[in-house]
Ligand binder design. Structure first.
Ligand code: HEC
Ligand code: HEC
Length: 329
């Protein structure tokens, strides 16, 4: 109602509502003076001799209608319904939503805060955090990664130890906060590859992970790979975290059949993990990172030397985990 730009519509709505209610009341009142006249009919005849008596409404019936009118007036005085009038209770759906959100915030913020200050590895070991993380995951992440986090075509499996952007707790958190983009250009860095050469490459890619391939084609593909693909996937196709996936393992984002690999090389692939930092905030992302890390695929020791060194991380996890466990009792 507050969307009206012109005050006219407010008056129009208020007028229409009041006139209808008052109109009903006046009509009912006019009926109360109707007298019972024995044998008087409405004059309508159906099926040759079926007639309708013209009797006044029974008064219990009329009073039920009066009660609905009183109720309507009371309701309109208390709740919004008359144009832009807010009602005595000042209720609004937006206000109710905000109130509920604030209540939830007051209730959960301290719990989120408690976990936010702990190391992700320690949070991952806490069963209360795991439950909260799972609920968040099912709400915000499952539509893409699946409710079991095992992913689908184009959406990575988060439970295995194969990471496109790193399986360290901090790297996982960064994936959630900032999102990730991946772009495989069509035909790699050699836009002049022809169909036959692409087939050779696909055979070579399959041979890298031990899948059946035509060995002559694979041999020719290997030479092309160095020029067209190695810049991102590495000379042996082992990939690089944050650059391009490992092609020599058994994990496939799009599929391992020759047909799908040819499609990947011919058309390229683009993929995006949306950034959740602004929407969820750091505390929830922290819990989610712990949940994902705790699914089992998280790397136990850093590979590239991110924030925490392995020697520090393990005892930190142990000590940070204890107070959390103690608090639960
Ligand atoms: C709209 C679909 C979508 C949603 C929703 C989504 N993701 Fe993703 N996520 C992706 C895609 C696609 C990728 C791969 C991105 C790429 O390759 O650039 C990805 C990648 C990731 C990665 C990195 C995986 C790796 O191998 O390094 C993590 C971690 C992750 N998502 C966690 C989450 C979490 C936690 C949530 C819930 C807050 C979430 N995602 C919600 C689509 C989604
Ligand atoms: C500019 C860097 C870059 C180059 C060059 C490149 N790729 Fe990729 N490739 C990627 C990225 C990034 C992905 C992941 C795309 C995604 O997540 O959607 C990818 C994905 C793939 C996949 C899909 C893997 C899967 O798990 O399904 C195949 C196959 C592949 N590349 C083969 C090749 C071949 C063959 C070449 C050479 C012709 C090549 N790529 C050149 C960056 C590159």
């Amino acid at each position: 109602m507050s969307d009206f730009v012109s005050g006219f519509w407010n008056i129009y709505v208020v007028g229409l509502v009041l006139i209808s209610i008052i109109g009903c009341a006046v009509f009912l009142w006019s009926q109360s003076s109707a007298k019972h006249v024995a044998g008087q009919t409405t004059g309508h005849v159906w099926d040759e001799d079926l007639q309708e008596y013209s009797n006044p409404l029974p008064s219990w019936w009329r009073w039920m209608f009066y009660i609905t009118i009183f109720f309507a007036l009371f309701y309109l005085a208390m709740y919004p319904g008359l144009g832009t009038y807010e009602g005595q209770y000042k209720w609004s759906s937006v206000g109710q939503y905000k109130g509920e959100m604030q209540k939830a915030e007051e209730q959960y913020a301290p719990i989120f805060k408690k976990f936010q200050s702990q190391d992700i590895r320690a949070v991952a070991a806490n069963s209360e955090a795991k439950e909260m993380g799972q609920r968040l995951f099912l709400t915000y992440c499952a539509q893409c990664h699946g409710s079991d986090a095992k992913g689908a075509k184009g959406f990575p499996n988060l439970t295995d130890s194969d990471w496109l952007f790193g399986g360290q707790p901090e790297q996982i958190k960064e994936s959630i906060l900032k999102g990730r983009d991946a772009m495989m250009p069509a035909k790699g860095v050699k836009p002049d590859l022809n169909g036959d050469q692409i087939k050779d490459l696909a055979n070579y890619v399959r041979s890298m992970s031990g899948l059946a391939s035509d060995s002559i084609r694979a041999q020719r593909g290997k030479e092309l790979f160095g020029a067209a693909c190695a810049a991102c996937h590495g000379p042996e196709g082992k990939g690089m975290v944050g650059v391009a996936p490992n092609l020599s393992d058994k994990v496939w984002l799009y599929g391992s059949s020759e047909e799908v690999i040819i499609e990947t090389i011919t058309k390229g692939r683009t993929n995006r993990m949306p950034a959740f930092g602004e929407f969820l905030g750091d505390a929830k992302a922290h819990l989610l990172a712990a949940y994902v890390y705790g699914l089992g695929g998280g790397e136990k020791a850093p590979v590239a030397a991110p924030a925490a060194a392995p020697a520090e991380a393990a005892p930190a996890a142990a000590t940070a985990g204890e107070p959390a466990a103690a608090e639960k009792k």
